[in-house]
Design a protein. Sequence first.
Length: 248
Amino acid sequence: MDKEELETALEQHALWLEDTSQGARADLYDADLSDALLRGVNLSGANLRGAHLSGANLRGAFLRDVYLDNADLSVADLDDADLKGAFLRGADLRGANLSDADLSYADLGGASLRGAHLGGANLRGAHLGGANLDGVRYDADTCFFALQCPEEGAFIGWKKCRNRVIVKLLIPEDAKRSSATTRKCRASKVQVLEVIGGDFGESGYDGSVVYRKGDTIVVNDFDDDRWRECSAGIHFFLTRGEAESYEL
């Protein structure tokens, strides 16, 4: 089946490429689907590693857990596409339209999103480490792309420690701060305002950092890459409720 025949089958017959009864996944490895019209097609779980989809119309397509590592999706139209949990490591998404797309928990490590449109997209939990984000366009409806904590000034944060101890923190004006694609934030410096539920708090990671009221704690090797969520820095949440519900 050549590209034109495959495109016709997908569009006219709304072909489902996932055979759950046999546990099989469609294998379109390195396929050339450039400029194909694939609106609303269900490719969930398919293998499209290295596929050529430049300029393809995938508006509203179902692409959950699809394998698109190193695929060419430059200038593809993925408006409202469901890409939850998709594997997009190293993919070329330059200039792609990802408006209102669901990219939650997708792996975009090392992908090129240069000039991509992310207005209204959901990036909750997405991995963006090493991605090229130059010129990305996003708006107030883009979930979890903008920094979750204040970019400037001092503010209050909340941290859960071992034994359910909660620590109220002041992140001072001169502290570096970051967030990735969840509400979990990091800072290079904090002041302990209050310890709730104990005399002191111990960090949940390895207990090596102790939080006592009045202490100032500084992380000298703070990781400036905001997309590395679980890296060097003091982790905290913006509300007490989020900290209390966090599972260590």
